[in-house]
Design a protein around this ligand. Sequence first.
Ligand code: SF4
Ligand code: MG
Length: 322
Amino acid sequence: RDVKKYFPIKGGVLRRTIGQLKAVDGVSFSIRKGETLGIVGESGSGKSTLGRVLIRLLDPTEGQILFNNEDITKLRQRQIRPIRQNMQIVFQDPFASLNAKMSVEQLVEEPLIVQGSISKKERKERVKAMIEKVGLRVDDLQKYPHEFSGGQRQRISIARALILEPKFVICDEPVSALDVSIQAQVLNLMKDLQDDLGLTYLFIAHDLSVVKHISDRVAVMYLGRIAEIAPKKELYENPMHPYTKALLSAIPMIDLNETPQTKREKIKLPGDLPSPANPPSGCAFRTRCPKAFDRCAIDRPELQEIQTDHFVACHLYSEGTI
Ligand code: SF4
Ligand code: MG
């Protein structure tokens, strides 16, 4: 609820705070049990920071975070431990996030050891069962990360994230570093595991094509704010925000049902993402928006429900301007 995460910008010889980087700047949404919420945005849009704040790997600057109706915003790290078990994260680069000196068995077993209270025998059994669940073999347990391909390493990371039987998993671009041919396999695995284990996902990606198949709803972020959030089908078929329209126009449509009439014209946005240290006044997207008008420089558009479950933050859809 209205989550903000600002990082101080230090400068000068004295390394004083000379400004603030508004990585996440007032974001409210909910994730429903068992669903996948996709979050899409360019790098610098704040999506990874948001993910880390939600599970308290970072403290929010402002706002409130609720998990199972419990306010976890102010919990101390010790108090958060038992809850953290239910919230895990899978990172983009499995090579960087896996300790190269640990065997697969050690990597997957470690969270269980940290958690304690489980006998060695049970730990070994759970690790074996999990490694098979993610599509690796029991023989692989004594191998080390470098002996695997990128896709297999991501399977190891997934096993490590799921071994504590979490309820909520943040997937931070888990397939972005993988070959396209491998991406679908890992995405399918994640979908199967979700169904099997009753997981809820927040799935972060930098373009709309990756989250298309896995998401139930999709949120589009721009400069630390949500521009649009809607059920997947609605977002892809009826995008409203000019930024979402531009993002959608940029992804190759391989939908065989697509007729020439539904083909979208490619919208090229001028310029780069402005700095989150110095975002434009009013609507943060206005410096690149093909539809910007006077009001956009003055008022910041709030997310509004334009149709059932379809929220947009854009003055084009505000009262009286349609
Ligand atoms: Fe574009 Fe204005 Fe809408 Fe922002 S509020 S997206 S600048 S039309
Ligand atoms: Mg990121």
